[in-house]
Design a protein around this ligand. Structure first.
Ligand SMILES: [Zn+2]
Length: 305
């Protein structure tokens, strides 16, 4: 991981329908100055939405950010892509009310970001360092994080549908592992869930091109990109939701039966428990220090993707 802040070398564009609204939206991700952070700009209202757990307006099926006046739905996959490739500063200009679902994964976002290129900035990154373990339990669901010098995620899902069932996956999150093992994992649902969700007027834009569908007989629209694609997608969602905290959180995460609601509840819990973490310059985290391109002989290896 890098210690210097990063933005894009040039603007990138995305166009497509939202999985829940079914409406087309247009997104421009634009380079931004140091310490700007990731900020959404809702074109039709002129509202700016900064990343904070308190900007989350809805967590049913996707993560929706907003102000008192407007909302932008399904932000988790584009945020996951930004976090995964390590972009600190960008303005996300959205013409519409939902981020396009594209193929249901973070891969199209990652590809465009890498194609545009990453620009290193002078300032050091700020990160959240976990200094003592913290755990949130909600019924049989839980998230725990312990101190670490890099990001590790263990995720467990347990679906009643036998086609998905119980899946567990662990990963040391680096740019490389994110791009290869997490970013391509797509959104998924069971045929029963789709019926229930559609009855609520959601998932209007969901189809076989952007969502893996599981019936009691197995995958309806295969092939899968990974045999355990659902649990990998939950990790993708978690990485995107974590960025809502504003800065990357460095720690070992253990998530059991999570979802957007639990992810965001955990962030709010963390905000309140200030003795468990601190915001530090990335070079203060040893894992970063030793991988610092400007500070050791292995420089170029870590400075490029
Ligand atoms: Zn997702």
């Amino acid at each position: 991981m890098r210690v210097r802040q990063v933005t894009l070398k040039k603007e990138v564009y995305f166009k497509g329908k939202g999985i829940h609204s079914g409406k087309d939206s247009f997104v421009v991700v634009s380079p931004a100055d140091e310490d700007f952070g990731i900020v959404f700009y809702h074109v039709d209202s002129g509202e700016l939405i900064k990343l904070t757990p308190y900007a989350v307006k809805d967590v049913m099926l996707s993560t929706t950010l907003g102000t008192e006046k407007v909302t932008i739905a399904t932000v988790e996959h584009i945020l996951s892509a930004l976090a995964g490739v390590g972009i600190d500063n960008a303005l996300i200009i959205v013409k519409g009310d939902e981020i396009p679902i594209l193929d249901g994964s973070a891969k199209p976002f990652v590809e465009q970001f890498l194609k545009a290129g990453l620009k290193y900035q002078d300032s050091l990154r700020k990160v959240v360092k976990i200094v003592s373990p913290i755990e949130l339990n909600v019924g049989d669901r839980a998230i725990k994080v312990t101190p670490s010098e890099n990001i590790f995620i263990h995720y467990l899902i347990d679906f009643p549908s036998s086609a998905i069932g119980m899946q567990e996956y662990s990963i040391d999150v680096t740019e490389k592992s994110f791009i290869e093992e997490i970013a391509p994992a797509r959104t998924f649902a069971t045929t029963k869930q789709v019926q229930d969700i559609r009855a609520l007027g959601l998932a209007r834009g969901g189809d076989h091109s952007n969502c893996i569908l599981f019936s009691s007989n197995g995958v309806v629209n295969g092939p899968l990109r990974f045999e355990n694609e659902p649990v990998r997608h939950k990790i993708l969602d978690f990485i995107g939701d974590l960025l809502v905290f504003r800065y990357p959180i460095i720690g070992r995460f253990y998530i059991s039966r999570g979802g957007h609601s639990l992810h965001i509840s955990f962030l709010k819990y963390l905000v309140k428990n200030t003795s468990n973490w601190e915001i530090v310059s990335a070079e203060k985290v040893v894992g970063f220090y030793y991988n610092t391109p400007t500070r050791n002989a292995f420089s170029s290896k870590y400075n490029t993707l």
